[in-house]
Design a protein around this ligand. Structure first.
Ligand SMILES: *Cc1c(COP(=O)(O)O)cnc(C)c1O
Length: 394
């Protein structure tokens, strides 16, 4: 074999172009970073010199992504993770160990509820579940060993808004973690309302194109360093390309949130007046339990999530409705650029017993809509036709 060619292949050039910096951050698709010598490494590890060592610990693309979210949320620092779940698990573990206590809202994203269940059943952390609409329950749940409380700014699937300020006041010095996935910092910044750290599944609105799996958490620098320790040690680190895509997606975040909020308000009104719909959950509607709170803390819009119940009832009717509207896909995620439909009883709330689902108001005829960027009139027409279709079919 030609050793000259072999060596050139192995030691291919690395681009270090700085005189004309790239307009868009490159993707630092590298496992590690090179050092000149031991002194260089020591300087970097001790924090005297900027730099990176190993992508499981940190990477320039992680930093661009997490710092952009931190800046939007008015936080000191942020940490990116492989998924929302990775970020949430690391954040919970960075706060609470065996013997500690965590308060969590009864209604949370299914994966977050699973984390709360795991820490209770497998990791010796006590938990108390409370009604997110009732700050008094949070106050009553605080114990001397309480290390964290977890709520969502808007919860799924009844699209209820949490009074973050009231919850923060109720728990005093206990840190409050807010899952702000449904609102994004464009519509709501929980740190301004007394939260201590903010979480996002970037797989949803932050990226907004349905092609990224990532999570991010932001807050005080010291806490973020602790969260990052868990992410690095447990290997829940983000991937540079996912971070790059998320940053690219976020360039249009403000425009997208404005658009989905405007469209969702129109679609919610339309659904509320439709004869085949018995109930619509959207905080922008005057009869929603969170309406007054939403007017106060979400002045720029209520985001793009709506749920509604079919009047004819039951999973069969939902099935026919889905079949009647193939242009709006049934996709068990949310915040895609496309409008999507989901069925909470058979997806996010599937692990619950029928009694628990009924208790939370998750009926078999409840449909969730994630409003996308299509023309409002098109979405309205397609829903209108599909809602009328099942009746014709029976
Ligand atoms: C999707 C989601 C999560 C979990 O994030 P992944 O990126 O799927 O791991 C957490 N909270 C909310 C509100 C979500 O919608």
């Amino acid at each position: 074999m030609n050793s000259r060619v072999t060596n050139i292949c192995v030691r291919s050039e690395t681009a270090h172009e700085q005189s004309t910096p790239p307009s868009v951050s490159p993707i630092f698709q590298t496992a590690a970073f090179d050092f000149r010598d031991l002194e260089h490494l020591e300087g970097m590890v001790s924090g005297n010199e900027p730099g990176f060592m190993y992508t499981r610990d940190s990477n320039p693309n992680h930093n661009v992504f997490s710092q952009t979210v931190a800046d939007m949320e008015s936080a000191e620092a942020g940490v990116a993770a492989a998924s929302g779940q990775g970020a949430m698990a690391a954040t919970v573990l960075a706060h609470a160990s065996a013997g500690d206590h965590v308060i969590a809202a009864k209604v949370l994203y299914g994966g977050t509820s699973q984390i709360v269940k795991f820490i209770r059943e497998r990791h010796g952390i006590e938990t108390t579940l409370v009604d997110a609409n009732n700050p008094d329950e949070f106050a009553a749940a605080v114990q001397p060993n309480t290390k964290l409380a977890i709520v969502e700014s808007i919860s799924n699937p009844l699209i209820e808004v949490t009074d973050i300020q009231a919850v923060a006041d109720a728990i005093g010095d206990v840190p409050l973690l807010v899952d702000n996935t449904f609102c994004t910092p464009v519509l709501l910044r929980p740190l301004e309302l007394g939260a201590s750290c903010v979480f996002h599944s970037a797989s949803k609105y932050l990226n907004g194109h349905g092609d990224v799996m990532s999570g991010v958490v932001v807050g005080q620098r010291e806490l973020m360093e602790r969260v990052n320790e868990y992410i690095s040690v447990f290997g829940a680190n983000a991937n540079p390309f996912e971070c790059w895509l998320a940053v690219r997606g976020m360039r249009t975040l403000a425009l997208r949130m404005e658009r989905v909020s405007t469209t969702a308000a129109v679609i919610a009104e339309f659904l509320a007046s439709n004869e085949f719909v018995s109930r619509v959950n959207y905080p922008g509607l005057a009869d929603h339990a969170s309406h007054d709170l939403a007017r106060r803390i979400l002045p720029d819009g209520c985001s793009g999530m709506i749920s509604f119940e079919l009047a004819s009832g039951g999973a069969d009717a939902v099935n026919r409705f889905m079949q009647a509207v193939p242009t709006i896909p049934f996709s068990p995620t949310l915040a895609d650029a496309r409008t999507t439909i989901s069925h909470p009883a058979s997806t996010s709330h599937r692990p619950l017993s029928p009694e628990d689902r009924a208790d939370l108001g998750v009926t078999d005829s409840l449909v969730r809509l994630s409003i996308g960027l299509e023309d409002t009139e098109l979405i309205k027409q397609e829903l209108s036709d599909a809602l009328a279709a099942p009746v014709q079919a029976t």
